[in-house]
Design a protein around this ligand. Structure first.
Ligand code: SF4
Length: 438
């Protein structure tokens, strides 16, 4: 059977799919209504080489802000295609179809009733056809609807099945300007979901829609880079993936070099199929990304249990022993093979975040670093945070300006407490649960 690779251009200028270069993208963490702040961030992202820039678009007001941001960037000669990030409001997606170059949606969130969601999705497709706009169908592991999870559980299979429903509708409507993502914070779930989808598109649809790869809530620093490189690098090394985002709980401009390093590592043969056995890196970030792309896939798929750093160098010198051990611990944990420290699940933040997520996350990490084995989530907003924090044991979730709700598992246990107290209260909660043997 001949499988057709779907390809098109986003915003009339950016080719995607069908063997086009992998696009490295990122997302503003500013409020989209803060036009000047968003413009400054877009300029910095474009200068850093972002192929696509996404902005939070909760409602119609933000669609208008996005319109102004786009007009001003174009007037400055910055042509980077812009993506409207819609979560729930179908009307915002419909309005954004004539403004953004691409609209990111999860059509299942448009309405409780599936038939209503389908009708809204068809309406969106019609508008995107008229305006030449692309759609990303973005399903996350944490946001699958009950209709799907009741049939397939909260599994990679459920993610694949959910997205295939929408893709069948796209092909029936003869609409192919579509990119798909199936993100999860668990690298095993993420990789499995994309592999299943790639196979299903080939076998059932006879075509491959371009895929957007990413590990959600990967956190920041070395952990965020390693987790992302394992998930994204595994798939890119298998020829799966057309655009990537390394989500970091940091300045989003940092996501661009991290993404470029992953793409370059795969191109340089740092994958199980690339024939390399050790890493020759220019610096630390380059080393952890190349090493994650080289050994991560085999650890993830349980083909190996450990790896040797013999022969690996950073800047021509052997990797210092302590740094090598630190990397080993982080990579084994990212591949879910050995847990030696707490697991952090942190969103990158976006226009819905109303507190300083990065410094809060770093402070939470500093104060909970001794709690090996626990999963602790730090999420920017209550709209998506609780759903997206997966199976975290505890969650620190922003709820309105200056307030935080603390979760034990999926249960909110301390609501809307002032942010200044929240980390202390989180530690008290964990300590009292530990004393009670929880
Ligand atoms: S959890 Fe909320 S704040 Fe964080 S990235 Fe998702 S939508 Fe944005």
């Amino acid at each position: 059977m001949v499988v057709r690779d779907i390809s098109f251009s986003i915003g009339g200028r950016l080719p995607i799919g069908g063997g086009a270069p992998v696009i490295v993208q990122t997302m503003c963490n500013t409020s989209t209504d803060d036009i000047e702040g968003s413009l400054a961030q877009c300029r910095a992202m474009a200068a850093a080489g972002a192929g696509l820039i996404r902005l939070t678009t909760q409602g119609l007001k933000q669609v208008e802000s996005l319109r102004e941001i786009k007009q001003r960037l174009r007037a400055e000669g910055i042509g980077t295609p812009l993506v409207a990030d819609i979560h729930f409001l179908a009307d915002a997606a419909l309005a954004a179809a004539s403004v953004a170059d691409k609209v990111r949606i999860n059509p299942g969130n448009f309405a409780r009733e599936h038939a209503v969601a389908c009708a809204k999705f068809r309406e969106l497709i019609a508008l995107c056809k008229t305006h030449g706009t692309a759609i990303r169908i973005g399903l996350n592991h944490g946001s699958l609807g009950e209709r799907i999870t009741q049939r397939y559980g909260n599994t990679p299979l459920a993610m694949k099945e959910a997205v295939m429903e929408w893709l069948r509708m796209c092909t029936a409507e003869d609409f192919y300007r579509v990119v798909v993502s199936l993100k999860a914070s668990n690298t095993c779930v993420m990789v499995e979901a994309y592999r299943l989808l790639d196979a299903a598109m080939r076998e059932e649809l006879g075509c491959r829609f371009p895929l957007h790869l990413g590990v959600t809530e990967a956190g920041g620093g070395d952990e965020g880079r390693i987790k992302s490189a394992v998930g994204i690098g595994t798939l890119l090394g298998e020829g799966i993936g057309d655009t990537i985002r390394v989500s970091l709980t940091e300045d989003p401009v940092h996501e661009i070099p991290a993404g470029e390093q992953i793409v370059a590592a795969i191109a340089d043969g740092y994958s199980p199929r690339g024939g390399r056995t050790c890493v020759e890196a220019d610096g630390w970030d380059d080393f952890i990304i190349k090493g994650s792309c080289l050994w991560g896939p085999s650890l993830l798929d349980r083909r190996i249990d450990d790896f040797s750093l013999e022969g690996s160098t950073i800047g021509g010198s052997p990797v210092p022993a302590a740094d090598g051990e630190n990397f080993r611990d982080l990579l084994l944990q990212a591949c879910r093979r050995r847990f030696t420290r707490p697991e952090y699940i942190a969103c990158p933040g976006c226009g819905r975040t109303l507190y300083d997520l990065e410094s809060t996350f770093n402070e939470v990490k500093r104060r909970t670093g001794h709690l090996a084995g626990l999963k602790i989530a730090v999420m920017g907003c209550v709209v998506n945070g609780p759903g997206e924090m997966a199976d975290a044991d505890y969650g620190y979730v922003g709820e309105g300006r200056g307030h935080v709700t603390l979760y034990r598992g999926k249960e909110p246990v301390l609501r809307r407490i002032p942010q200044e107290e929240a980390i202390d209260r989180l530690l008290e909660l964990i300590e009292s649960d530990t004393r009670r043997g929880g």
